[in-house]
Design a protein around this ligand. Structure first.
Ligand SMILES: [Mg+2]
Length: 392
């Protein structure tokens, strides 16, 4: 099963409504789509996101494609190492100074995921079954409650509740991180009031705070029985927002964790196995939110999952449920899938993948068909996307 071709396209579509996060709104739905075709005619799809799309695409087409053509498509670990060595120095910096590390990791992720799908399809198995899992509906939460200037918290809570009811969610994640602790408390109080005592609420600060601020916000939100507080502090190497201050944020996450009764979740911006190890070891997080689309694909995810299991830490992967539900269902310590796929939030996904996994009764299905279980709407990609290297 040799690699016969690697194709790349990207798509960027405006959202009907911006998704307000603490650092500003997300205004577009953006994805790099990678397709691997083998000498047997098997096709696998991978996806990347989170860095300039042309940069990820160039890394695949200019560096990875010439390197991988003709190689054994099933040798995913070997190829992962080959790709990492081609794009990154040993210290993790990109070999091409014009590219970012995240773009390199996204490129590796897209190709790695496509290779895994080709391997699963060749075996006639879903990715979940290939990994030893048993497809079953996975508990999911409704990712919502975005920050909209001037919107009263009660209105945010009501909108979120209506979105939850559409698909039977009993858990939701809402955004915080703008305004003082009183604003954070008002948002979770409104959500708890709308949802009642039984539903579950997570909050996501998207790296908004310093440790001292995070402790204050956490204490203000403690009375409202939160399932987790997500990404309160910057990711490794980043400064505290609006300053040049950097610290060992994983150690600071650990300090925060001992200062509040709210469990801490983090990891969507911990981009390697080593960074995630440090988060688990120093940060005392309850939930790790590794993102296989941003960060090195399934090959890296599997190692993160094994480390988390050994350490007794739960998995709650970040975003892209159509990939993560297939993968995470194979790991018993997965507690939550983030469902983030309504038409307002991700216009590209529902059009690109028309047989998208369905969410009912607060659980998202694991498609029990070979590979990821969904197909690519190629005419849509051709019409709306930018074909960087795609067969005519
Ligand atoms: Mg988050």
């Amino acid at each position: 099963m040799k690699i016969a071709d690697i194709e790349v396209a990207w798509i960027q579509l405006p959202l009907a409504e911006g998704r307000g996060l603490s650092g500003g709104p997300i205004t577009h739905s953006t994805d790099v789509i990678c397709r691997v075709t083998t000498s047997d005619g098997v096709e696998g799809i991978g996806e990347a996101r989170g860095a300039p799309l042309p940069m990820i695409s160039s890394a695949i087409v200019e560096v990875l494609r010439p390197l991988l053509l003709g190689q054994d498509a099933a040798a995913t670990q070997h190829l992962w190492t080959t790709m990492a060595q081609a794009l990154l120095h040993d210290d993790g910096t990109p070999r091409n100074a014009a590219w970012t590390r995240n773009a390199a990791l996204g490129a590796i992720a897209a190709v790695d995921l496509a290779l895994w799908e080709a391997k699963a399809k060749a075996a006639g198995l879903s990715v979940c079954r290939l990994l030893g899992g048993q497809p079953r509906p996975m508990r999911a939460y409704c990712s919502a409650g975005f920050l909209t200037d001037g919107q009263p918290p009660e209105e945010m809570a009501q909108e979120t509740l209506e979105e939850m009811h559409e698909r039977g969610f009993r858990a939701t994640k809402i955004r915080v991180g703008r305004g003082g602790p009183d604003v954070s408390a008002a948002r979770v109080r409104a959500m708890r009031g709308a949802l009642g005592p039984d539903g579950q609420i997570m909050v996501d600060a998207n790296q908004a705070w310093s440790t001292e601020e995070a402790i204050e916000h956490a204490r203000a939100m403690e009375p409202y029985d939160l399932t987790w507080l997500e990404e309160p502090l910057p990711s490794p190497g980043r400064p505290h927002r609006g300053t040049k201050e950097t610290r060992d944020w994983d150690a600071e996450t650990g300090r925060l964790g001992t200062s509040t009764s709210i469990p801490i979740a983090s990891g969507e911006n911990h981009v390697t196995l080593a960074e995630t190890r440090d988060l688990v070891d120093k940060g005392h997080v309850r939930y790790v939110q590794f993102d296989c689309i941003k960060n090195g694909g399934l090959t890296e995810f599997a190692k993160v999952a094994a480390y988390c299991e050994a350490k007794g830490v739960a998995l709650a992967p970040h975003h892209v449920p159509h990939f993560h539900v297939q993968i995470a269902a194979a790991y018993p310590q997965t507690e939550w899938i983030e469902v983030f796929d309504n038409a307002k939030q991700h216009v590209a996904w529902l059009d690109l993948f028309p047989d998208y996994p369905q969410t009912r009764n607060g659980h998202i299905e694991v498609l029990d068909r070979p590979g990821w279980g969904f197909t690519l709407n190629e005419p849509f990609l051709r019409e709306r996307g930018t074909l960087v290297h795609w067969r005519r």
